[in-house]
Design a protein around this ligand. Structure first.
Ligand SMILES: Nc1ncnc2c1ncn2[C@@H]1O[C@H](COP(=O)(O)OP(=O)(O)O)[C@@H](O)[C@H]1O
Ligand SMILES: Cc1cn([C@H]2C[C@H](O)[C@@H](COP(=O)(O)OP(=O)(O)O)O2)c(=O)[nH]c1=O
Length: 212
């Protein structure tokens, strides 16, 4: 069976993940690669339903319920969309994945509580799928806040959270990158154009593809 390449983009809101996903998809497709671009929470019909609940549901879930719901969406997405695409030999580009649960729920909402980090790690293991490459996009919060204001889409539950929460998320992502240097590459997008960030990431992906 052929197997594709699983690439995730991570980072806080407004760092440029969706923009880069689009640019990467177009660049890889124009070079003849079969690509699937997808996102979390969501990416399959059932997971998109759960996304609505997670981001815009009227009633906040308890922390553990929230984690399990993110993973319920993720298992559906992995089983129905990501694994089949990888089995077809596609390059799967995914906007957010398990690192977001670690950062937002583990380091953000749970403030690094070891029992919660363990729960997330267990679920991650059960998933049985780890990205081949992860690009962690980073920019200072004042830059991303400004970008989000310009982008102007309705804010969801997480974007409305206080600044302490966003600082813990940023620190959480940095901790993940430090723990998993083989998989995670950090990229600062604050002072770079979209095109510059894109060519940096493309260079890494093409170098990886030439080795597989
Ligand atoms: N490198 C960049 N420099 C300046 N603005 C950017 C850059 N990348 C993205 N943007 C803009 O910032 C906003 C947020 O980008 P987006 O890709 O939606 O971020 P995310 O998916 O990480 O939330 C958008 O309006 C986008 O056009
Ligand atoms: C995948 C995932 C996302 N999230 C949050 C992060 C985002 O604030 C929100 C929605 O993601 P997204 O729509 O990608 O937001 P943005 O484009 O603004 O970066 O869901 C979690 O809290 N845990 C998770 O496991």
């Amino acid at each position: 069976m052929m197997s594709g390449l699983f690439i995730t983009l991570e980072g806080g809101e407004g760092v440029g993940k969706s923009t880069q996903l689009r640019l990467l998809r177009d660049a890889l497709q124009s070079q003849g690669h079969k690509v699937l671009a997808t996102r979390e929470p969501g990416g399959s019909p059932g997971a998109e339903d759960l996304r609505q609940l997670l981001l815009f549901g009227k009633n906040p879930l308890s922390l553990r319920a929230e984690i399990l719901t993110h993973f319920a969406a993720r298992f559906d997405h992995v089983d129905k969309v990501i694994r089949p695409a990888l089995a077809e030999g596609r390059i799967v580009l995914c906007d957010r994945f398990t690192d977001s649960t670690m950062a937002y729920q583990g380091y953000g909402r749970a403030e690094g509580d070891p029992a919660i980090l363990d729960l997330i790690a267990v679920l991650q293991n059960q998933l049985g799928l780890t990205p081949d490459m992860t690009f962690l996009l980073q920019a200072p919060r004042d830059v991303t806040r400004h970008r989000l204001a310009v982008r102007g889409v309705p804010t969801d539950r997480y974007e409305q959270a206080d600044e302490g929460f966003h600082a813990r998320i940023a620190a959480g992502f940095r901790a993940i990158a430090e723990q998993q240097t083989e998989r995670v590459q950090s990229i600062t997008t604050a002072n770079c154009s979209e095109e510059a960030v894109n060519s940096l990431i493309m260079k890494e992906i093409l170098s990886r593809l030439s080795h597989v």
